[in-house]
Ligand binder design. Sequence first.
Ligand code: MRU
Length: 347
Amino acid sequence: MKKNTIETLRWHNDHLEMIDQRILPTDFQYLAYHSAEGVAEGIRSMVVRGAPAIGCAAAYGVALAALNLKEANTESFLAGMEKAFTVLSQSRPTAVNLFWALKRMHQTMTAAAKSSPSQLAAILLTEAHRITREDIVINQTMGHYGATLLPDGARVLTHCNAGALATAGYGTALGVIRAAVESGKTISVIADETRPFLQGARLTAWEMVQENIPITLIADNMSGHLMHCGDIDAIIVGTDRVASNGDVANKIGTYMVAVLAKRHNIPFYVACPLSTIDRSIDTGNEIPIEERPSEEVTGYQNYRWAAQGVKVRNPAFDVTPADLVTALITEKGIVKHPNKERISMLF
Ligand code: MRU
């Protein structure tokens, strides 16, 4: 398999570095993080985004907190660590990978409770590295399974960015496309621009251009027309949280695409690592949907196009009911027509 070329986040000496995804593709820059609070702010402000990448960043946030407290006594260490877990858990609400990674880090800390703060710091940093390395392998495995679903010559629509930038590397939905291309298939990608944060136009398009995978950018309101014209063969998206019954939360606009796909008899696939399945909730109705600042809708960066005083809604995610999902692609294989029973078999 090809080396991971985009390093969304990386450990450098004693700190974390993350690509600033807010300024791509015009500028490419890493920002340095030295504390859990800093990482939480990086997640909140979308320097890093995408469910698995958020989980990896949070794991490093915990490791940074531990490193900063390694000279403290055990009591102060544990009190400081609980604060770090809290601040990180409050950074964004929808992607369950954040809570999954924090839980794993917490369990690692608890399992080594007899160690000194400085030993715990080393153990937690090792665990953050492990979560990050595992993520890439999981994505490559999903890619391997998912690639079998795409026929040679397929024109594949994707929404948002579920690529290397949304993970530790390789990507979930774009990982499937990468794997299909690596297996020798000719694949072309159609990217929804993904208003209002433009993850499709700015990030997915950039990733595909980097790798010479043919990509066509469309505005979000064009996909129905392309489906009607017979220009789309399959749809693949990532996800931020899947409920026990297979309902899928993903970037706002995904639900619209899934309804259109059903209408046009186009397969709708969701690339979903097991860390994104939330077995503590029964249906998608229980998934918290983040509402983001109105400025993301009334303009872009420093430019405002909407009338002053207008009311705005900005839900960042929506829920696609399981019956619109043709299959989940996981690292344990493909789950066709996901439902509670089929999902529980994965665990
Ligand atoms: O708001 P974002 O950019 O964090 O939303 C990202 C998405 O919705 C992705 O599709 C999802 O996290 C899957 S990433 C592999």
